[in-house]
Unconditional design. Sequence first.
Length: 168
Amino acid sequence: MGMNKYDQDQPIHLLELNLKINNMKKQLHVAPTTRLIDILREQLKMTGTKISCEIGRCGACAVHMDHKLVNSCLMMAYQVNNTSICTIEGIADVELHPIQKAFLEEGGYQCGYCTPGMIMAVKALIDTNSNPTEDEIKEALSGNLCRCTGYTGIIRSVRKAIAMINKI
């Protein structure tokens, strides 16, 4: 993306971006159209959130914004100002979150590239529906693509996470 002659004449106006990321307040100065994924990975060095399709179709970059699942490749700085963001790095406390444990124990990953987005989608589901049906699980994961697993291990991981969280 090169600059054209018109871009060179325009001053760059930076946005004072105030965020709460994984319960830590951050203040940055960025162009208003800087993507959230770039802010996370490049400026904050939080590389757990992955870049893949860059057009909101694969879910690899999924994070929670104000407790709702969003694709961070589609969110611009001006849209996330004064919000609370939770990334894959922020869902665990001292030890792994039960969803992360379930994915490890049940083989819910293969190459692992889609796993952070999958886990964030599962967490968004369980946060709003603690005992989802099979169809609700599949619907919640419909925005996340995996090219390796065939989804059997992922669904098994989700079921185990639900059981662990609900202590069934």
